[in-house]
Design a binder for this molecule. Structure first.
Ligand SMILES: Cc1cc2nc3c(=O)[nH]c(=O)nc-3n(C[C@H](O)[C@H](O)[C@H](O)COP(=O)(O)OP(=O)(O)OC[C@H]3O[C@@H](n4cnc5c(N)ncnc54)[C@H](O)[C@@H]3O)c2cc1C
Length: 512
């Protein structure tokens, strides 16, 4: 490539495309370098079998901030988010379903007065924490002192202190009596990590109501698959003047005099730029692409310890009939329009985490079963549906062998686990593909297959995401910025880390 450029964005995930667009709209000459033959990162839709489209990583959205909707005119340009409901089924033939569905099997209607009161107080607690942190979404994270100063003397102050010092299980024990409701929340503690602080709820601020407009990010499937979101971001980037280079893997940052001054591509070519913005996860950015001699050993060691080893896998299948959930006694079609979670109680979730720490595939993981094609015909051929199943948690690496060795046995175990709840599932499978943590690392470029680049754990959120000294999107080396899911406010499809990082770059360039 002839001549220097202003900005090299490394990685064409949705956050990279969002950052690139804001920077190009400010008049800068921006180039995106993506190692795969397409952009979108973990927000993509692929035709795995002719006529069947799957969102092979993320399959629903809930965190795209209203400002991102406006700035990219997503609604006007056709982004259609189809709302969905959830159902949790239990092995004893009961379920947690919509409160409008009258049935003795529906546990949501069988709560004791003490459970109802506990549920209300627990929800208040979480909502207060969410409202405390959400106003900081579209900016670099505040310090703890700033947050404390803002809420001093209000009930939120007590909530924050408790959230910072209490584990989720302890919070649940404090608010809820023993019984089915607390068991149900085994899932909650599992989905966001059982070990660190209750402050994990801070990550849920991603989908809070926008204080300015009162609008909440829409929650549901994207018509056409989540790849549509990334396609719209790509089109905006190109319209703003960004040049996108696919099949361009970046192997190293060029560092001179302690500053990052460009990138070196896998084929050896060099590109000089005023600024490099990395969409890659923090470990990939700073432990792999940044030559080690330019970073302090202590910093590298602490970054290496940042939690990324909690992964997941996906089971994607063409099915010939919709699953018939034994527990469900309502409209047979209804569960297929949302997600069905095979509920785990606290002890079962704990056992899944024991498997994780022991480095073996979970024997009984949390399973979230979705059929996007049930509400979107464009994803399927007539007579079949597309099942998109998310399984969590799973160790990034196995203690013995690799995920390639156990692919088949893990898929079989999962099919059995699901078939115990929906007996017609096994025979309905026409084709399937299991995407393991190793696949997520190898194909999607996610360190340890960590879907949020860095775990949404209490110790890695807000001012600590992923570490305090790089929480403001600036790497320790001048000229290098981070704009991916590993930054505040976190992972999921939101575009917010990309938005925030671009604005910090513009500030440093004196353009804001
Ligand atoms: C299995 C799975 C399920 C998920 N489910 C959901 C969900 O339902 N809803 C939701 O909101 N979120 C979900 N997520 C999380 C969400 O998809 C991610 O957090 C988000 O897409 C990350 O976006 P990003 O742009 O920050 O990074 P990424 O999407 O990771 O983009 C990084 C880009 O950098 C590229 N790259 C890597 N290395 C190099 C290199 N050396 N040179 C050049 N390019 C490189 C990659 O190919 C990729 O395109 C899921 C993720 C996974 C994996």
């Amino acid at each position: 490539m002839a001549g220097d450029i202003d900005i090299a964005v490394v990685g064409g995930g949705h956050n990279g495309l969002v950052a690139a667009t804001y920077l190009a709209r400010a008049g800068l000459n921006v180039h995106v370098f993506e190692r795969r033959p397409f952009t979108g990162g973990a927000a993509i839709t692929e035709e795995l079998w002719p006529g069947f489209k799957f969102s092979t990583c993320a399959h629903m959205v809930h965190g795209i901030h209203p400002k991102i909707f406006r700035d990219f005119q997503l609604t006007e340009r056709g982004l259609d988010v189809i709302p969905r409901q959830g159902l949790q089924v239990l092995p004893d033939g009961t379920y947690w379903g919509p409160s409008t569905h009258e049935s003795p099997r529906n546990r949501a209607l069988q709560l004791t007065p003490a459970e109802r009161e506990g549920q209300r107080r627990y929800a208040d607690f979480k909502n207060t924490l969410q409202r405390t942190i959400a106003p900081y979404r579209l900016q670099p994270p505040p310090s703890l002192a700033e947050v404390r100063a803002k809420i001093v003397g209000t009930p939120a102050a007590d909530v924050l202190e408790k959230a910072l010092s209490t584990r989720i299980h302890e919070l649940q024990d404090e608010f809820l009596p023993d019984g089915p409701l607390k068991d149900r929340l085994g899932n909650e503690a599992g989905a966001i990590g059982r070990n660190p602080l209750g402050f994990q709820f801070a990550y849920a601020s991603l989908n809070a109501v926008d204080e300015e407009t009162g609008i909440k990010p829409p929650n549901g499937y994207v018509r056409g698959g989540v790849g549509v979101v990334s396609r719209l971001f790509l089109e905006s980037a190109v319209a703003a003047g960004v040049t996108v280079h696919i099949d361009h893997e970046v192997s190293e940052f060029i560092v001179e005099g302690g500053d990052v001054v460009g990138i070196r591509l896998a084929d050896g070519a060099e590109v000089r730029s005023r600024v490099v913005v990395s969409n890659l996860d923090p470990k990939r950015t700073l432990l792999r692409l940044t030559p080690a001699e330019h970073l302090d050993d202590g910093f590298r060691a602490r970054l290496n310890d940042v939690v990324t080893h909690v992964s997941c896998y996906k089971f994607l299948a063409v099915i010939s009939e919709l699953p018939q959930w034994s527990a469900w006694d309502g409209d047979p079609y209804a569960p297929s329009t949302g997600s069905v979670v095979l509920s785990l109680n606290r002890a079962e979730m704990g056992a899944a985490y024991d498997d994780l720490e022991a480095g073996r595939p979970p024997r009984r993981p949390l399973v979230s079963f979705s059929i996007p094609s049930a509400v979107d015909d464009s994803l399927r051929q007539p007579g079949y549906h597309t099942a998109s199943i998310w399984i969590y948690p799973a160790p990034a690496k196995l203690r013995s062998g690799t995920w390639d060795d156990v692919r088949e046995s893990v898929a079989e175990g999962l099919i059995d686990q699901i078939s115990a709840h929906a007996p017609n599932f096994r025979k309905s499978i026409r084709d399937y593909k299991l995407r393991t943590p190793l696949d997520l690392e190898r194909e999607n470029g996610l360190t340890d297959g960590c879907i949020w680049h860095v775990q949404h754990a209490g110790e890695h959120l807000v001012w600590n995401r992923p570490l305090p000294e790089i929480a403001h999107y600036r790497a320790p080396l001048a000229g290098l910025y981070l704009c991916g899911a590993g930054q505040h406010p976190g992972g999921e499809i939101s575009g917010v880390p990309g938005h925030n990082a671009a604005h910090e770059v513009l500030k440093d360039l004196g353009q804001l």
